[in-house]
Ligand binder design. Structure first.
Ligand code: NAD
Ligand code: UGA
Length: 460
């Protein structure tokens, strides 16, 4: 197999954009083109001002600045990019189905199939097609069938190369991955992709497997990570009624090298576009093979996560004398974790929804999430009309404004800056008694209590 000269990636989102930027940065002799049907997104990636990239990730501006225009290009001309590429990554979204069979659980593969059909229709030379999106196990089989049956007689080799980056640390994760996983059947195709990664990843960290192991490992990795969060969140509730402190428990168990310290931070619940989607998908797959015990086991991770979000909201209501009607609740953070502008499945959305049902006034401050996104997230739930959401929710650009006149502050995202606020000044502007509900265990109990706040943190 000749070495790869041109790579195309379909999908310029949170994965396609950063991943291809790093591949281009580390392979200056390979031309990398990222395409998308979303013209606004592509315009953002091409914006001269690197502050306007559509994805916010620490360090990404530097990577894009280095490679863009040299060997990294962003375009809406999907056909041209497919035609010219030796290797095509598919990095489109694979959301949970919202209709039909598998509604609410199965992955919606319509965007994947559209890509396969477009590749087949356009390709006039052999291509390696790489699944970068997270997919149900055995999707490669369907892809191959579409490519071979609708194509122009050229050869397609399919590889699975799931992405393990986490948002907020995407660039460091890509620069220094724990492993790169490549599943495939054709040794030459696998080797071609290995060479792309070998430009910066040590060979021993590039794992190769068969297609199905690779596809399944991605779902399993996310399920295991989310399971740890739900496990510690389950313990956080037990801590609250027994006098144990969940941070101390995490530290105590995390020191056991068999358990390990990571992913044991209790929280208001995990969010993000993938944990819930991928576990639901795993549950759906298990059920489709009649593996009921397996499906029930993993479903519990989601059930516990939903419980944690509801529990946090209900604790706010209960503590505020069983009514939040007309009360001002200042939300610090809306993103699903710090250092990202991504709000998909953020716990903040569901906590807000619960409080809005009780007619609370929610005032939101997030350093990276714009007001339109916050209203869009709430409107999407369909719980109440867009007008009602705008009547009850106000989004501000200044945290002190959010907190002024608030009955309670709720920390929903662990943005570092929240720790550095002048909490003494904030105390003077808030209603009394002044409550802080810390869903991230970010602020210091002693300091806040000394200032006169009534402080509640998950798991204490
Ligand atoms: P995203 O929604 O941010 O980006 C997907 C992009 O694909 C969109 O911009 C969309 O316009 C584009 N697209 C869809 N269909 C297209 C088509 N036919 N032609 C051209 N463009 C098309 O999604 P994402 O967060 O980048 O996730 C992509 C995949 O990667 C998903 O399967 C996800 O599960 C997986 N993943 C995501 C993360 C993450 O941190 N977000 C991490 C690992 C894996
Ligand atoms: C996660 C995985 O970590 C990535 O490996 C994977 O590639 C990605 O999903 C994906 O497939 O999309 P991401 O969702 O970006 O990455 O971020 P995480 O750091 O995993 O956090 C997910 C959620 O769990 C966040 O809401 C975070 O606040 C929460 N979390 C995480 C906790 O509440 N406690 C923890 O100890 C860790």
């Amino acid at each position: 197999m000749k070495s790869i000269k041109k790579i195309t990636c379909i999908g310029a989102g949170y994965v396609g954009g950063p991943t291809m930027s790093v591949i281009a940065q580390k392979n200056p002799n390979v031309e990398v083109t990222v395409v998308d049907v979303n013209t606004a997104r592509i315009a953002g990636w091409n914006d001269e001002n690197l502050d306007n990239l559509p994805v916010y990730e620490p360090g990404l501006d530097g990577v894009v600045g280095e490679a863009r225009g040299r060997n990294l290009f962003f375009s809406t001309d999907v056909d041209k990019a497919i035609d010219e590429a030796d290797m095509i990554f598919i990095s489109v979204n694979t959301p949970t189905k919202t209709y039909g069979k598998g509604k609410g659980q199965a992955a919606d593969l319509k965007y994947i199939e559209l890509c396969a059909r477009q590749i087949a229709a356009v390709a006039k030379s052999d291509k390696i097609v790489v699944e970068k999106s997270t997919l149900p196990v055995r999707t490669a089989e369907a892809l191959k069938s579409i490519l071979d049956n609708t194509g122009n007689g050229v050869n397609f080799h399919i590889l699975s190369n799931p992405e393990f980056l986490a948002e907020g640390t995407a660039v460091t994760d890509l620069h220094n991955p724990d492993r790169v996983l490549i599943g495939g059947e054709n040794a030459e195709a696998i080797e071609a992709l290995v060479q792309v990664y070998e430009a910066w990843v040590p060979r021993e960290r590039i794992l190769t497997t068969n297609l199905w192991s690779s596809e399944l490992s991605k779902l399993v990795a996310n399920a295991f990570l989310a399971q740890r969060v739900s496990s510690i969140n389950a313990i956080s509730e037990l801590c609250e009624v027994t006098g144990a402190n969940v941070d101390e428990v995490s530290r105590a168990i995390g020191h056991d090298s068999r358990i390990g310290a990571k992913f044991l931070k209790a929280s208001v619940g995990f969010g993000g576009s993938c944990f819930q989607k991928d576990i639901l998908n795993l549950v759906y797959i298990a059920r489709s093979y009649n593996l009921t015990a397996v499906a029930d086991y993993w479903e519990q991770v989601i059930i516990l996560n939903d419980h944690q979000k509801v529990r946090f909201a209900e604790n706010i209501i209960k503590t505020l004398y069983n009514t939040v009607n007309g009360k001002n609740i200042a939300f610090l953070g809306w993103a699903f974790k710090k250092d990202t502008n991504d709000t998909r499945e953020s716990a903040a959305i569901y906590v807000a929804d619960h409080l809005l049902d009780e007619e609370a006034n929610v005032i939101v401050y997030d350093p990276k999430v714009p007001a339109e996104q916050i209203y869009k997230d709430l409107d999407y739930l369909g719980t109440r009309s867009p007008e009602e959401n705008r009547r009850l929710v106000r989004v501000v650009n200044d945290p002190y404004e959010a907190l002024s006149g608030a009955h309670a502050a709720a920390v929903l995202t662990e943005w570092d800056e929240f720790k550095d606020y002048d909490w003494a000044k904030i105390k003077e502007t808030m209603k009394r008694p002044s409550f802080v509900f810390d869903g991230r265990k970010l602020l210091g109990r002693t300091e806040l209590e000394e200032l006169g706040f009534i402080y509640y943190a998950i798991g204490e």
